[in-house]
Write a protein that binds this ligand. Structure first.
Ligand code: ADP
Ligand code: MG
Length: 703
């Protein structure tokens, strides 16, 4: 998804009827020399309008003022050389099924053989006597040879100044689209329409940033390589501003349309709840609850968007694994319930929903609150498969004595028919596991309920500001006291016998263990299943006579539940599982986590998994078995040995794998930025927020 491009306006006087479409928005076919065929090729590069064309970002730049002598080309570094073709030919072999086309280039210092395998038509593009640029690395030095180099035949005469004797942009191409043609088109289009890129109001400060028009020119035809980054930063800033404006606009629309339901509560349930909880809330939890209460009570929140109108809460709660977000969710639900509304809590997996169900029942039943579970395996009372909170013991409430209700479930909640008229609060746990669309779907139910989304994936600040720009953010930055330490070790697979010995020791001492195998796909696949089932047998043998359970996504809901119940009750001492257990599970007696093939997980995910242990008072141990051959993969895992700080781990993960991987690009709802870099551009994102905030109406007047 692209960020909706900000509204452009041509410098032409007031809009009237029949005003021509702004030049930059016109289709590329409005340009001379672009016919239907070329337009089709450009469309494959996502270039549809004149503006798309002028924002097509060069892949690299070639310094065509200085060349590498062919005699000095190496195997290690790609470089550009320039020379004349002195011989060429096509050789066919295997009865014509295979071929190699080759030309020999001479620049006076040495000769270079350039080869293309099985692309016989290359022959058509070159002739002896042609002057050619080639870009690549040597694959052989005797004779000097390049395979499939990038090339461009030098044509002198008209427009040659665009292509030679300068830093020349090299663009991403598509089949049939020549580099030189595209460069020429962009040059001519810039000459004509560069001035159409007008400055927005407010404009970024002109000491730090070139104008947008200059930046567009510089990104294509820089005078010096350093100009490229200067131009990129300006164009990235504009992208971030557009995105922030979009989010602020969304936020303002929402605030204008919606009224907050009064859900502040009166403490009559909260007081007994906190008294019976068995522990005191941390300062961080208390502070967050204060912010939430202000939102629910309909007061503008400090650090919020500051609108005086009382709009529903839109809050992201960030807290590292084990920081105690569930209790915060419970307290928030109580506020809504005290106020006479119902609440809904959505979790990404059935076993997590079940765990919440059990906890909330334990907490809420004594308070006279009904808790209802709705997952794929559990349908609410009334439907035939219903098996909700043991109906035999708790007959469904009659209509007139309907107690305040909290609904808990998976995405199945989205399709359920629970009574929405009284829905006051939606809580989404582990929200990074849900798509933005799903979040919206649930929130749109009912009458603009308050929304609390919780995540333990510590989002690096760049991403947080970009992705959650329309949410207020609360952070739990403190762990409950009395937690045992978690020690982490990265080990090679040959250490496994010792590791099993260690785990047996811990189990003998009364503790429990998780053993995790990677899940490759989003869902457990048949192959994963085979692997994990086989390993299950191994683990059983390694840990006999202790009892071992198996948990994976393909088990029927009922069986998952039974396995979890047995593990919780320590009837099973070790649990072999896929990464299904990544989110949320809370069994404080489990203190050992063994992860095999750990290199196949992202760091953030490993950190989440590690959150399954260290939940009780005992010291815990996370053992990462790496079967990776490369040092690099093992080094990556060392970050986890060094720190338990989720933010540091997320930053490292973002650097290593990029935002798409970290968040799951499909789900993240992130726009595709052409110039913005979510790993590096924190300062620009901050600046963009300020600029967007100064932009009246949330839409930049001009960009
Ligand atoms: P997460 O933030 O990862 O969802 P949980 O809400 O599952 O963490 O909490 C982890 C464990 O810590 C639970 O057993 C919970 O009961 C306990 N806990 C939460 N808050 C506190 C606290 N203030 N003091 C002691 N234990 C707490
Ligand atoms: Mg949790």
């Amino acid at each position: 998804m692209l960020p909706p491009e900000p509204k452009k306006s041509s410098p032409a006087p007031p809009a009237g009827r029949g005003e021509a479409m702004p030049v930059l928005q016109r289709p590329v076919t409005s340009l001379r020399g672009v016919g239907a065929e070329r337009a089709k090729q450009l469309a494959r590069l996502d270039i549809h309008t004149v503006e798309d064309l002028l924002l097509h970002r060069p892949r690299r730049y070639e310094d065509r003022r200085h060349f590498r002598a062919i005699a000095e080309l190496t195997r290690d570094e790609a470089a550009t050389a320039r020379g004349t073709i002195v011989a060429q030919g096509l050789k066919r072999f295997r009865g014509g099924a295979k071929s190699v086309f080759e030309f020999v280039l001479d620049d006076g210092t040495a000769r270079l053989h350039c080869r293309w395998w099985n692309l016989p038509f290359m022959e058509k593009y070159f002739a002896v006597g042609d002057e050619v640029f080639v870009f690549g690395k040597l694959v052989e030095t005797k004779p000097r040879t390049m395979d499939h180099p990038e090339t461009e035949v030098i044509e002198t005469g008209e427009e040659s100044f665009i292509h030679i004797n300068r830093l020349a942009p090299v663009y991403p191409l598509t089949e049939g689209l020549p580099q030189r043609w595209l460069r020429g088109l962009i040059w001519r289009t810039l000459e004509k329409f560069e001035s159409q890129f007008v400055e927005p109001k407010p404009a970024p400060d002109s000491k730090t940033f070139p104008t947008r028009a200059n930046a567009v020119r510089m990104i294509h035809f820089p005078e010096a390589l350093a100009d490229v980054e200067i131009a990129r930063r300006r164009l990235a800033l504009d992208e971030f501003v557009a995105w922030q404006c979009e989010m602020q606009l969304r936020r303002r629309n929402f605030e204008a349309k919606s009224r907050a339901l009064p859900c502040g509560g009166d403490n009559r349930l909260m007081k007994p709840f906190l008294a019976g909880l068995g522990f005191k809330l941390t300062h961080a939890q208390t502070n967050v609850l204060r912010e939430i209460r202000m939102d629910l009570g309909g007061q503008p929140s400090p650090g919020g968007f500051g609108s005086a109108s009382a709009h529903p809460m839109r809050r992201l709660l960030q807290g590292d694994v084990g920081s105690g977000k569930t209790v915060v969710a419970a307290c928030t639900a109580l506020m809504a319930l005290e106020s006479g509304f119902t609440g809904a809590l959505m979790a990404p997996t059935e076993i997590l929903a079940e765990q919440h169900f059990r906890n909330f029942q334990k907490w809420f039943k004594p308070l006279g609150i009904k808790v209802q579970l709705q997952t794929g395996s559990h349908k609410p009372a009334g439907s035939r498969e219903s098996r909700v909170e043991s109906p035999s013991r708790h007959p469904p409430a009659t209509l007139d004595s309907r107690p305040p209700t909290l609904f808990i479930g998976t995405h199945a909640l989205l399709t359920s028919g629970f009574d929405l008229s009284k829905l006051g609060l939606v809580v989404i746990d582990e929200q990074h596991k849900f798509g933005v669309a799903q979040r919206e779907q649930l929130v749109r139910k009912g009458n603009y309920p308050h929304l609390l989304v919780m995540t333990a994936t510590p989002i690096p600040r760049t991403l947080g500001l970009t992705l959650y720009g329309d949410l207020d953010v609360s952070v739990i930055d403190e762990m409950p006291a009395g937690r045992g330490r978690v020690k982490t070790f990265v080990r090679a697979a040959d250490k496994l016998p010792k590791v099993w010995e260690f785990i047996r020791e811990k189990i003998t001492a009364g503790r429990q263990a998780y053993v995790v195998y990677p899940r490759v796909e989003e869902q457990d696949t048949a192959n994963d299943l085979k692997a994990v089932t086989r390993e299950f047998e191994n683990v059983r043998r390694s840990l006999a006579p202790f009892r071992v359970g198996l948990l994976h996504g393909r088990l029927p809901g009922r069986e998952k539940e039974d396995v979890m119940a047995a593990f919780r009750a320590n009837q099973i001492q070790a649990l072999v599982a896929t990464a299904l257990i990544e989110v949320g599970l809370d069994v404080p007696n489990a203190t050992v986590l063994l992860i095999e093939n750990a290199e196949r997980f992202g760091l953030a995910q490993l950190h989440q998994l590690r959150g399954r242990i260290g939940r009780g008072a005992h010291e815990s141990f996370c053992i990462l078995i790496s079967s990776a051959r490369t040092d690099e993969a093992r080094e990556r895992l060392r970050v986890l040995e060094e720190t338990t700080d989720g933010f540091r781990i997320a930053e490292a993960d973002l650097k290593l794998r990029g935002p798409g991987e970290l968040l799951g690009q499909r789900q993240s709802g992130l726009p595709r930025f052409r110039f913005g870099n979510l790993t590096e551009d924190l300062d620009l994102i901050r600046r963009a927020r300020e600029l967007a905030a100064q932009t009246p109406g949330g839409v930049p007047e001009k960009i």
